[in-house]
Structure formats: structure tokens, C-alpha cells
Write a protein that binds this ligand. Structure first.
Ligand SMILES: Cc1cc2nc3c(=O)[nH]c(=O)nc-3n(C[C@H](O)[C@H](O)[C@H](O)COP(=O)(O)O)c2cc1C
Length: 164
């Protein structure tokens, strides 16, 4: 077993979203979301470059990267630190694009737009848990609370659409 536990791999696969932090040449942080996250194996996670010139430029100069993923209902997630390697026009690139072609309709639609793969070797993996749990809430409590919260937000959004 590598550094990525089954629970971590499941979270990365299920959430379909990571936030990727890289270091700019002037030392300032760069943070942006990537929905094309995939687990490669027990030690590696990847995302595809579709529209991420800043992230990719930073990784070419400095491969240090931190990513996180969060379940907004459970208010839990993981953070991963690692080293990224960029793949273009090689076997890794082809394998990932093939996986997209058999994935969700959204991934299928994006497969031809992939410019590169950032394959991250994870060196540190840590859980993220909201301080909202400190009062003794269980994960079931938290999920109920945030399901109600988000369904209210969504209902308001839909009623705004209907009114328009
Ligand atoms: C939900 C969401 C998912 C995204 N997924 C990706 C992705 O998988 N790959 C990508 O290149 N851009 C993706 N983007 C777009 C980039 O985050 C966006 O173009 C960003 O400005 C790139 O910044 P950067 O050049 O600093 O990386 C996504 C954006 C959102 C909002």
C-alpha cells in the first residue's frame, strides 16, 4: 500500500474537485481548482491542463505542489503535498486521455482539449476536519446540517430562475 489510503482515493475520485497550490517565481502563492482529478495509483494523483497556464508555468519552474479536496457536506477532506511531473505526448498522457473518453459525459467532452497531465507523487497526506466537529457533532449530524443548508441555497437559486 502506498501513501494514499482507500478513503483518500475514494474522496479524490468522488469529489471531482481539487484545489491546486503552486509557487510563483516571485514566491507568491497560486491557487486554482481542477475538476479533472484522477487517482493514478497508491502514490500518485493527477489533473489535466485544460486552461491552467499559471499552474503549469509554476510547476515547470518548481514542481512543489499542495492540493486539497473537501467534502462540503461532511466538512472533511484531505491535503496532499508532493512533487509534480508534467507529461505531454507520452504513455501517461495517452492513458489519461483514454480514461477521459470512457468517463463522465463532461470528461468525454474535454478529452480532446487536454494539453498536458500533471502527475503528482504524493509525499505527505493529512486529513482535514472542520473545527465545527469540536462541539461533538457526528458526521451524520454535519451532513444533515449542510444538506439542509445547500438545498435551501439551491431552492433560492431555482426560484430566482423561475421568477426570471
Ligand atoms: C470547478 C472548476 C474545475 C476546473 N477544472 C479544471 C481542470 O481540470 N483543468 C484545468 O486546466 N482548468 C480547470 N479549471 C479552470 C482553471 O481553474 C482556471 O482556468 C484558472 O484560472 C487557472 O488558473 P492557473 O492558470 O493559475 O492555473 C476549472 C475551474 C473550475 C471553476
Amino acid at each position: 500500500m502506498g501513501i494514499l489510503t482507500e478513503a483518500m482515493q475514494q474522496a479524490l475520485t468522488e469529489q471531482r474537485l481539487i484545489f491546486v497550490a503552486t509557487v510563483c517565481p516571485d514566491g507568491t502563492p497560486n491557487l486554482s481548482p481542477k475538476g479533472t482529478v484522477m487517482v493514478w495509483d497508491d502514490d500518485h494523483v493527477l489533473f489535466t491542463d485544460l486552461a491552467s497556464p499559471g499552474t503549469m508555468r509554476n510547476l515547470e519552474n518548481n514542481p512543489a505542489v499542495e492540493i486539497n479536496t473537501l467534502d462540503v457536506f461532511a466538512r472533511k477532506g484531505y491535503r496532499f503535498k508532493g512533487i509534480a511531473k508534467i507529461h505531454r505526448g507520452d504513455a501517461v498522457f495517452d492513458t489519461v486521455v483514454d480514461r477521459m473518453r470512457t468517463g463522465t459525459a463532461t470528461l468525454q467532452g474535454l478529452a480532446d482539449s487536454v494539453r498536458a497531465i500533471a502527475l503528482i507523487r504524493v509525499e505527505q497526506a493529512l486529513p482535514l476536519v472542520s473545527p465545527g466537529y469540536w462541539g461533538g457533532a457526528t458526521e451524520a449530524d454535519m451532513r444533515r446540517q449542510y444538506e439542509a443548508y445547500w438545498s435551501e441555497i439551491n431552492a433560492e437559486w431555482h426560484s430566482g430562475q423561475d421568477a426570471g
